[in-house]
Design a protein around this ligand. Sequence first.
Ligand code: GDP
Length: 452
Amino acid sequence: MHTIAAISTPNAVGGIAVIRISGNNAISVAERIFKPFGNQKISDMSGYTCCYGIAHDNGERLDDCILTVFKAPHSYTGEDVVEISCHGGLFISRKILRTALKNGAENAEAGEFTKRAFMNGKLDLTQAEAVMDIISAKSDMELKIAEELREGAAFRKSRICSQKLMKILGDLAAWADYPEEDIPEVEPDKLCRELDAVRKELFSLVENYDAGRILREGVSTVIVGKPNVGKSTLFNCLAGYERSIVTDISGTTRDVVEESVKIGDIVLRLSDTAGIHETEDIIEGIGIGIAEKMIDSSELIIAVFDGSCPCTEDDLKLINKIKNKKSVAVINKSDTEQLFDTEKIKSDNIQIVYISAKENNIEELNSAIQNLFKINSDIFSSVPAANERQKRCIEKALECTDNAVNMLKNGEFLDAVTVVIDEAEQYLLELTGEKVTDAVVDEVFSRFCVGK
Ligand code: GDP
């Protein structure tokens, strides 16, 4: 494989910048562009050692740098790797990279170093994906999950299931292929029990997926309600500072304002919207249209009602719109005389809470949201699938295992059951990348940054 190079530090000015070179010719490229002080030879250096010297372009001094050598297979990519740490200017780091490219290296594509680590068996696909999760982690919990996946938690679990399926397939094959030998007959009951054990393992990988996703991505949340009920005041209260315009003139919030706020361990990706009601104003009307669409697309709806006014037709329409969604009905302005008849908006699956956004008294709302999206510490006892791709593979494997159990219970031929179990096994191999198409691999690594 050709030798690749890229700047691995951010595309910004900093204390140092690192140019990473990986491939069979990494050492010879480095020898052409770097001269250690003291006449040491780079090719004589052991792995995990560094030296001080100058990077140069055909003798022209570029910068004083530290060069670190990693020898195959003991490197991130599994190939020979050289990292040159120079002063962290954009111009100088790019100049050193260009010099490496002139001297035999090729530009690395996005994620190509990690892709090579995967190709060289240093990481399975779930671990490679976790590298990106570590880079983008925004909280302790997120980082902890990503670290566990990077350590191979999903791979190990999948491997256990895979081995169990392989054993079952082996038993089935032996029984089918050598009927004349003295091989014990495959008992459907025993097979069901073995498959059930696999089911349980797979289920634990997908069951916490939503909790994991919520930790990673947050909950898309929209605040809706008539004008003047206190949506923007609540938004600012949640966001902790004045972000939306608060006035008592109807229709002040015409576009959608967004902010991420943290409630306990849950991040809400919060949108404040134009008040939903009948209006003649075209621009406000567009905002209302967006708000209505956001009810459909959001995971959590915070519907605000004005406790100081009687319930109106608009309020009833709103409750009707959200009653099948995960939502909280917030009766705001609890600091004033209460005229709102909450009986009218009562619905089985919507919790009603009382707050005063103006007085920053929103405890009831915070607790209701945390209850709706319970994330308990159990999430760590079974590391969840990290992304849609992983979830899909596990769900498919689970579905096949379920089918196999049902087929056995219905007394179907073992040949047919074998095909379905084999399919489950294929999905697990796709999960870890042991059997995966180039398109899937390309898609996974295209989400990485250049230099990683
Ligand atoms: P929006 O149109 O729904 O976004 O409403 P705003 O947040 O702009 O608030 C409308 C008016 O209600 C403003 O005068 C706020 O000060 C007032 N308001 C908001 N929340 C409360 C509250 O909890 N108590 C009282 N008394 N007034 C509030």
